[in-house]
Design a binder for this molecule. Structure first.
Ligand code: C2O
Ligand code: CU
Length: 508
């Protein structure tokens, strides 16, 4: 395999150690802040057009660290954004209003949506101050001048832009699963998600509801992110232009991926949750820009996670893991049985991939006994096995001199790198020189194997995000059978993504 030069100026950042930012704020003692448990947002209307929701993206000052107000950019001004609950077969119409100072694009990660609704990075919604940029007549003259305030770094004649607001309609013709939504603005996704533009979503269906898995207050989404805070309690994300309106210029120190030293779960630093000695369903989402986790449960009895679902919903049968590896963008739907611990136990969720602050995530306190009529059926769902035919597509993830590359090139929104055939089961072989979370829009895929072996422990079920590891070729079975058109494949390390590690797909 050819060796590739290091990113210029950041040779100190190996693939295992993206730039960790150091907080100077007063940090709380771990496990002193309560876990925020999200409750589903109420639709503004339900009926023939589906479930309608409206959110405004705006700046807000919120308490993340005790005693500080932190300026964030949030969906409805919250960090994370509101919890969306969708129902299979009933469309979700999400109207977003941009009250920020920057362009936005929103992607519902894990949704099967037509390309028009998929949040392509150049399908920008401009704020009032840049509304003219959404007018093709006015931008025609400017399109060869990327670098104008608010303009993406590359012109894209196919972009579907809008001013101030737009409605995304998701058909939700898909199985029950854990999804999440986040900003996807060309060149600035890392900075804008870091500021708070992300939130949880689940899709429910009747088959899953009939299984008897833990539900109601015993089913909790857990969105894990890392951040760093300065002495005023403000988020640290080094760039020389904090307005995010000029040319993209994230600091070299984070070009390998921004990592913070504070772990937040549902927006709270190292929180704690009181639980009864019963089974809980925990839906983990790694919403971090660049940090991967190796989660373990540390308590007074032997502990394990029972995985019931992956990115694309339920597995066929439950899997047991003592450690859960979760890379950025991935979801793991697990059941933890707290009845194996005596009342009064403290059970700590740790991240064994790091030490110090980032080595701890949250803590559960078992406070009472309670009845439990939940079950974990041995058969959860059926999944057809995809068997590819034809010549494999090949993708190579590598670094170039100062950009991250796929097949030797950086992202060009207007130039497809691959042309998957609609409806065909194709084999994709993805080879990487370093660790990257690989993500595909527009479908869910299956992992056939890694190098000459079978799938890894965390590769089971329908996936849309998988971890690539150094020198490993992963073989995927991919079928686009929902929509034709323009989609994306990319690295879900958001700084790598902003530095070119994306590819346009044209499904036809
Ligand atoms: Cu969650 Cu294209 O990303
Ligand atoms: Cu990457």
């Amino acid at each position: 395999m050819a060796t590739t030069p290091a990113l210029s100026g950041c040779s100190a950042h190996s693939e295992l150690n993206p730039g960790q930012l150091t907080s100077t704020a007063r940090l709380p003692a771990p496990f002193t802040v309560p876990l925020p448990v999200p409750t589903p947002m109420k639709p503004s209307t339900t009926g023939a057009g589906g479930d309608r929701y409206a959110m405004t993206l705006r700046q807000a000052d919120v308490e993340i660290l005790p005693g500080y107000r932190t300026r964030i950019w949030g969906y409805d001004g919250t960090f994370p954004g509101p919890y969306l609950e969708a129902r299979q077969g009933i469309a979700t119409a999400l109207t977003l209003t941009n009250a920020l100072s920057v362009p936005i694009a929103t992607h519902l990660h894990g949704a099967l949506a037509p390309p028009t609704e998929d949040g392509f990075p150049t399908d920008l919604v401009y704020p009032a101050s840049l509304a003219d940029l959404a007018d093709p007549a006015k931008t025609a003259a400017m399109s060869d001048m990327p670098g104008m305030p608010g303009m993406p770094s590359m012109a894209d004649p196919l972009a579907r832009t809008s001013a101030l607001t737009r409605t995304y309609t998701f058909p939700m013709a898909q199985r029950a699963a854990t999804l999440w939504y986040h900003d996807h603005r060309m060149d600035f996704t890392g900075a804008q998600v870091w500021k708070g533009l992300f939130g949880p979503c689940v899709v429910r269906d009747e088959r899953e509801a009939a299984l008897g898995l833990p539900c109601g207050p015993r089913e909790i989404p857990l969105m894990i992110t890392d951040r760093a805070f300065d002495a005023d309690g403000q988020l640290i994300y080094p760039t020389s232009d904090p307005t995010l309106l000029g040319r993209p210029d994230m600091a070299k120190t984070i070009a390998a991926g921004a990592q913070g030293d504070v772990i937040l779960v549902n927006g709270a630093p190292w929180p704690h949750l009181e639980v009864a000695a019963v089974r809980y369903r925990l839906r983990f989402v790694n919403a971090s820009n660049a940090r991967r986790y190796e989660l373990t449960l540390d308590g007074p009895a032997d502990s394990a996670f029972t995985q019931v679902g992956s990115d694309g919903g339920l597995l066929t049968t439950p899997l047991t893991h003592r450690t859960l590896h979760i890379s950025p963008g991935e979801r793991f739907d697990v059941v933890v049985d707290f009845s194996r611990y005596p009342v009064g136990s403290l059970v700590t969720l740790r991240n064994t991939a790091a030490s110090g602050g980032p080595g701890q995530v949250m803590q559960f306190k078992v406070t009472s006994k309670a009845g439990d009529d939940s079950t974990i059926p041995t058969t959860l769902s059926t999944i057809e096995t995809l068997t590819p035919t034809g010549t494999p597509h090949r993708l190579v993830f590598s670094r170039g001199a100062d950009r991250w590359r796929i097949n030797g090139t950086t992202f060009d929104p207007a130039k497809p790198l691959l042309h998957p055939q609609f409806g065909a089961v194709e084999e994709w072989r993805v080879l990487s020189t370093e660790r990257h979370p690989f993500h595909l829009h527009g479908t869910q895929f299956q992992v056939l194997g890694r190098n000459t072996g079978g799938p890894g422990a965390y590769d089971h079920g329908w996936k849309d995000t998988v971890e690539l590891s150094p020198g490993t070729e992963i073989r995927l079975a991919v079928r686009f059978d929902a929509y034709r058109g323009r989609f994306l494949a990319h690295c879900h390390n958001l700084e790598h993504e902003d530095m070119g590690m994306m590819a346009t797909l044209s499904v036809s």
